[in-house]
Design a protein. Structure first.
Lengths: 326, 326
C-alpha cells in the first residue's frame, strides 16, 4: 500500500495499534474516561460514549494531546498550526495551553461563534478564512513558512489518529470486551481510523451527512473521492472537509462499512433525543451516529456503541432545534 | 430529639449512615456511578456531580429504588403512592416498573409536561391536582385509604433520605476523600439530609429559591417554618414543597449551613453555563447549587462538589433560557 508521504508529518510514522495503546495511557493520566451510558433504541439496549463531556466538549482533545505532548523542545518553541472548523481547534488549543506551546488555528469565518470564542479563550491565535473560496491548507502553509511551526492536521496525522483511537480502548475497558460495532460521526476519517486500530474485532460504521459522504464513497471506490462542488448545505459543520486523505483511507480500507448518511432532519431528531433522554447537549455533527441509529440505518445490539462526539453548538441554533416539536 | 412519628412510614425507622451505605451497595448493583466532572469557577477548580445522567434524569431514582426494593411481597402487591412535581415521580415509577409494583403518582397539574409524560411512559398512573388550592397530601391519603398502598414520601422518609445519600458515598469514592463541602439544590431536604449522613466530615450547603427557603429558615429558627402563602413565583418547579418535615430537620440541625438562596436569573445563568461549558442539560431546580456557586454565594475549593440534580425541563422553556444571551 502506498501513502502520500507529504501528508504525514514524520514520513516514517504510520498509526499503529501500539500507538493507540500508548495514546490511551497518556490520556488516562490527564483525562478521566468519558461515561458509557446505556440507552434503548427501538427496544434494543445499546450504549452511547459521551465525548461531549470532555473538557473542550469534543473527542478532539485526544488527538491534540497525543500529538502535542510528543513534540520535542525545539518543535514546541516554534509552535503549532491547525486548520479546523472548531473542535480540533479547541483540542489543539487546550493541549497547547497546558504545554505552553504557541498555537495558531486557521478557522472558517462561518464556523459557529461559540467554537471561535472558545478557541480564543484557550489562548490560541485564530486566523479566519472564507469557506468556500480560500484554500485553508494554503493559509496554513503560509503561516508555517513564516514560523517553522508544526502542522497538526485534523485527521491526516498518525498521532491524531492514534489519539482519537484511545476512545476505543476506553470503550473496550468499560464494556469488558470489544464492542460488536462502533457507530461514529465521520468528517475526514481520523476517529474512524483510530477506532479501527483500537478495536480490531469491531465493525466500524462511519456516518456522514448526505452529500458529504466522501469517506464512504472513497471506501466504495478504493480511491480518494472529493466532495462535489455543488454539495448541498448541511448543519453538520464539523463534518465538512472536502476529502479524506490516503493515511485515513489506508487504515479504513476493508475495515469500515461505507454508505451510511443522514439528513439534517435526522440529525435534529437525534439532538432532541439526546436532550430529552440523555440530558446531553450534542452539536449537529456530534449527533450524526445517533441519528443513523434512530433512523434504523445501522444494526444495533447489546455491544453496539454510538459515539456522541461533540457538544459545541451556538445557543440560538440549538434553541431552535430543541423548540421544534418532534 | 422528638420526631413526628406519623410522618415516618415505619415508626422505628430513622435514617442512619449504615442505611446510606446499604443503599449505596444496592444502587451500585443496578446503576453505574454518575460522573464527577471537573470545572473551574472564578479560577477555582472544583467538581460537579452529574446526576442529570441518571436514567430518569435525576437523583430521585436513588431514594425510589432503596425504598421500593425494601418492600415486602404483600406491600408490593398493594402498590405505592407518591406525591411529586416530577422527578420523585419518575424515580418511584422507574423502580416500580422494574420491580413489577403498581404505582400511582399525585402530580400538580402545572408540573412540566415532560415530567408528567415521562412518569406515564414508565407505566405509572398519574393523578393530577391543582397547585395551589388542593392539599396534595390529602389526595394521596384518599388513594391510600382505598388501596392500602404504601406512601413513598418525596423527602420525609428514612429510606428515601438514605437512598439520596448514596450520591455522597459515590462522591467520596470518586474524590478519594470526603468532600470539603457539598452544595446541593434543596426542596424538602431529603438529599441534603442524606448527604449529611453520607459525608459526616463535609459541610452541607442546601440552596433554595428566593422566597422558598423554608429549610434554611427552619434551620435558623430550630423549628418548621412554612413557605409564606404569598411566596414569589420561582422557575424551580422541583424545589417548591410548602415545608420541610421533622425527620429532615432533625438530621440537618447543626449539620447544614442555612441562608443560601438564588434568584431565577442566577438559575438561568447556571443553566447556560451547564449548556456551554459542561454540555449538560439541567432543569432550573437542578441548577440551583451551581447558580449559588457562580454567583459567589458559597466558598469553593478543590474538594467542593456541586450537585446537578435534575435535567427534566420542557424544551420550549429551555430553548428560551438558552437563547437569551448571558
Amino acid at each position: 500500500m502506498r501513502y502520500e508521504r507529504k501528508m504525514i508529518l514524520d514520513p516514517n510514522m504510520m498509526p499503529t495499534r501500539e500507538g493507540v495503546l500508548r495514546a490511551a495511557c497518556k490520556i488516562a493520566e490527564i483525562l478521566p474516561p468519558t461515561p458509557l451510558l446505556p440507552i434503548k433504541i427501538g427496544g434494543v439496549s445499546c450504549w452511547v460514549k459521551a465525548e461531549v463531556l470532555q473538557p473542550v466538549g469534543a473527542f478532539k482533545i485526544r488527538g491534540g494531546w497525543h500529538r502535542l505532548s510528543d513534540l520535542g523542545a525545539e518543535e514546541r518553541a516554534r509552535g503549532v498550526v491547525a486548520v479546523s472548523s472548531g473542535n480540533h481547534a479547541q483540542g489543539v488549543a487546550w493541549a497547547a495551553q497546558r504545554l505552553g506551546i504557541p498555537a495558531t488555528i486557521v478557522m472558517p469565518r462561518n464556523a459557529p461563534e461559540v467554537k471561535i470564542a472558545a478557541t480564543r479563550a484557550l489562548g490560541a491565535e485564530v486566523v479566519l478564512y472564507e469557506r468556500p473560496g480560500e484554500d485553508r491548507d494554503e493559509v496554513a502553509a503560509r503561516l508555517i513558512a513564516l514560523s517553522g511551526a508544526t502542522l497538526v492536521h485534523a485527521f491526516a496525522d498518525a498521532w491524531v489518529i492514534e489519539g482519537q483511537g484511545s476512545a476505543g480502548i476506553e470503550i473496550a475497558a468499560q464494556l469488558g470486551c470489544e464492542p460488536s460495532r462502533v457507530v461514529a460521526p465521520c468528517g475526514g476519517g481520523g476517529l474512524a481510523a483510530g477506532l479501527a486500530l483500537a478495536c480490531p474485532q469491531s465493525a466500524i460504521v462511519p456516518v456522514e451527512p448526505e452529500g458529504w459522504d466522501m469517506v464512504g464513497q472513497s471506501l466504495a471506490k478504493g480511491e480518494i473521492v472529493r466532495v462535489a462542488s455543488d454539495a448541498p448545505a448541511t448543519i453538520c459543520d464539523a463534518l465538512q472537509p472536502p476529502a479524506t486523505r490516503p493515511i485515513n483511507l489506508a487504515v479504513l480500507s476493508g475495515r469500515a462499512d461505507p454508505g451510511v448518511t443522514v439528513s439534517d432532519e435526522e440529525v435534529r431528531a437525534a439532538q432532541r433525543f439526546a436532550f430529552s433522554r440523555l440530558h446531553l447537549v450534542v452539536e449537529p455533527g456530534g449527533a450524526a451516529a445517533l441519528a443513523a441509529a434512530l433512523a434504523g440505518k445501522v444494526a444495533l445490539d447489546a455491544q453496539t456503541v454510538i459515539m456522541l462526539t461533540g457538544g459545541n453548538v451556538d445557543p440560538a441554533q440549538y434553541a431552535q432545534t430543541i423548540a421544534t416539536s418532534n
